[in-house]
Design a protein around this ligand. Structure first.
Ligand code: G3P
Ligand code: CA
Length: 369
């Protein structure tokens, strides 16, 4: 594969900024996602930010977990076998915090005709050790406590999960999350936080209604999904259908997003699609930068089966993202590897702080003016 293909039209500047590293669901490449243990391990790697996906419990507690279902990381089917809904799923929102704390958390699994198997076969073994779900409060206490004891300044990167679903259940997860963040001191641009969501209307509500009401001003990131994933669903005539994300990538979409957000979080495949076996590079980063939007793509995974053959290695994936495309940050399950790459990329005297520093590319990689 030629890494030079398509670089000329959309290639990087002669220098790149050090991107921020966001520990995606903690150090989730090494320990079960979103457990406090995975967050503590991530912290020890010194990422710039640690991510929290948020859903609500029945008693309105903010639970740090990726799905609105408990099915794929807990033993809920054994502990509460009668509590599945008619669609077969166990919903976090149907359980109190006390009930959720009775569940064991495992590395993610998929259930098939032969039973459960690991979603990522080379990661932490299923059902080993003892892990629990945790609340946002517990996680913020952990991160803020470590910031105090170790003296670092690791930020947080919470995501409001599926506000449309929570609204349908009669709950305002976003208002609850903002109030909790403010309670923990995250209210303005001087705190190290980005707030992310896949829901454009909810982000506009945060920007125009909720934050002014709460005297808050956080940096907001519009996550961009493929419509087919069903990240957001809308109801019409009693039927749910997938919200159409196409406008975000079409002409004028980025300009609209810049009206309420400070950054975008696209799937990496939207920046560098592979078409007919060739890596292409889109102009999405350039278009976003023209609107002063930061670009933090997801998700960088070092597992061997997660690297497209056309890219070859995690190092090469990072090289494309950071030095060819010029992303401002990246979500990764393997923050240690991303930080090691960036450390090698930057000059020796560049301090490893949360603030991106201007660093040169080596001569071979410079394609800018
Ligand atoms: O929030 C960035 C990235 O995490 C989005 O994907 O599905 O892992 O939340 P997801
Ligand atoms: Ca997320």
């Amino acid at each position: 594969m030629s890494l030079g293909a398509n670089a000329a039209a959309t290639g990087p500047e002669a220098s790149v900024k050090r991107p921020i590293v966001i520990a995606h669901r903690g150090a989730s490449g090494y320990l079960p996602e979103h457990t406090l243990e995975a967050k503590a391990l991530a912290y020890a790697m010194r990422p710039d930010y640690i991510e929290q996906d948020l859903v609500l419990s029945k008693d309105d507690r903010l639970i740090v977990m990726h799905d609105i279902h408990l099915d794929y990381t807990t033993d809920v089917a054994s502990v509460f076998p009668e509590r599945a809904r008619t669609d077969g799923h166990y919903y976090t929102i149907d359980f109190t915090l006390e009930e959720l704390k009775r569940l064991r958390v495992s590395e993610a699994f998929v259930t098939g005709v032969d039973g459960a198997s690991a979603k990522y076969p080379n990661r932490f073994p299923l059902w080993k050790s003892h892990f629990q779900l945790s609340t946002l409060e517990e996680e913020l206490e952990l991160i803020q406590g470590l910031n105090r004891t170790l003296g670092y300044d690791v930020g947080i990167y919470p995501e409001i999960k599926k506000p449309w679903f929570h609204h349908r259940e009669g709950k305002d997860i976003t208002a609850l999350a903002l109030a909790k963040l403010k309670q923990f001191g995250y209210s303005g641009r001087d705190q190290k936080i980005y707030l992310q969501c896949f829901d454009a209307e909810e982000l506009q509500r945060i920007r125009r209604e909720l934050m002014p009401q709460l005297d808050m001003d956080l940096a907001l990131v519009q996550l961009i999904a493929d419509t087919e994933w069903g990240e957001k669903q809308i109801e019409s005539d009693g039927e749910l259908s997938n919200y159409n994300y196409d406008w975000m990538l079409e002409p004028g979409g980025i300009e609209r997003i810049a009206g309420y957000a400070d950054g975008i979080g696209p799937w990496f495949g939207m920046l560098a699609p592979i078409e007919e076996g060739q890596l292409q590079i889109t102009d999405l980063v350039q278009r976003a930068h023209r609107q002063h939007l930061q670009v933090h793509p997801y998700t960088f995974r070092a597992d061997p089966d997660q690297i497209p053959a056309e890219i070859g290695s995690f190092e090469q994936l990072l090289h494309i993202a950071v030095q060819r495309i010029g992303v401002d940050g990246l979500f990764t399950d393997h923050p240690d590897k991303a930080l090691a790459y960036i450390s090698r990329m930057t000059e020796p005297e560049t301090k490893h702080s949360g603030s991106p520093a201007q660093v040169p590319l080596d001569n071979e990689q410079v394609t800018g003016p």
